[in-house]
Design a binder for this molecule. Structure first.
Ligand SMILES: Nc1ncnc2c1ncn2[C@@H]1O[C@H](COP(=O)(O)OP(=O)(O)OP(=O)(O)O)[C@@H](O)[C@H]1O
Ligand SMILES: [Mg+2]
Length: 223
């Protein structure tokens, strides 16, 4: 099976006391292994909500969601966290690095958490550090790195566990346009290497190098 994601008629609302806000409306989406998909939409259209559902960080109200052979809509919290940890690499606008740790320490964290030895983890990290083009800054802490360098650290950290899916929410949102372009070129390279990527943004530039573009408007998808 070459499908990694199949969503059918997914709905999601936020409930606040008596009030509710219907954010995702009958979302159906399939993503193949090796795809590079951009989901574009204006502020408030439901992008981050969709990312949270795709990333198994939030549940859906109705519809079905299959990730590889797992029925996400029927998963327990423990199973959802297993999918997040084992299957998905997350990249965020704000990088979300650990400030006290150097670049290399941030990158190897997911491997140490899995019980790998430090030597083995560092060796594995070298491959990804080279891939993202960060070789000369690995002993610096996040506040000693530029935004683009911090995002490269975050990308290496997301890749090091070899996730089935790379999920990015506004990955260039904190970067100037030239640096943002560099990061997108890196995504293109990762996709050429076989990584499946979904990138979510309000910025059309982000879609330039993707294989597929889907718009989200008021909680509905349009391909
Ligand atoms: N936890 C929440 N509780 C209640 N309402 C929420 C919550 N999160 C988001 N919303 C609302 O849901 C709608 C969609 O929000 P979402 O964050 O998915 O939009 P977005 O497309 O990511 O926007 P942006 O481009 O500004 O990040 C908005 O109206 C927002 O106010
Ligand atoms: Mg958002």
């Amino acid at each position: 099976m070459n499908e990694i994601i199949r969503m059918e008629k997914v709905n999601k609302s936020y409930y606040m006391g008596e009030e509710s806000l219907h954010v995702l409306k009958d979302i159906s989406l399939t993503v193949e292994k090796g795809d590079y998909l951009a989901i574009l939409g204006p502020s408030g259209s439901g992008k981050t909500t969709l990312m949270n559902v795709l990333g198994c960080m939030d549940t859906l109200d109705s519809g079905t969601y299959q990730f590889e052979d797992m029925e996400v809509d029927k998963c327990t919290n423990k199973e959802l966290s297993w999918i997040r940890n084992q299957k998905i690499g997350f990249i965020f606008q704000k990088y979300n690095l650990i400030p006290q740790y150097t670049a290399i320490q941030n990158i190897i964290m997911p491997l140490l958490v899995r019980g790998m030895s430090r030597e083995e983890a560092v060796e594995k990290a070298n491959e990804y550090i080279e891939l993202v083009g960060l070789s000369d800054r690995i002993f610096h802490k996040p506040n000693e790195l530029s935004g683009g360098q911090q995002q490269r650290v975050a990308i290496a950290r997301a890749l090091i566990t070899e996730p089935a899916l790379l999920l990015a929410d506004e990955p260039t949102g904190s970067l100037d346009s030239a640096t943002g372009k560099d990061i997108l070129t890196l995504f293109k390279k990762l996709n050429d290497n076989g990584n499946t990527i979904i990138v979510i943004s309000h910025n059309n530039q982000v879609a330039k190098q993707s294989k597929r573009i889907i718009s989200i408007l008021d909680g509905r998808l349009m391909e």
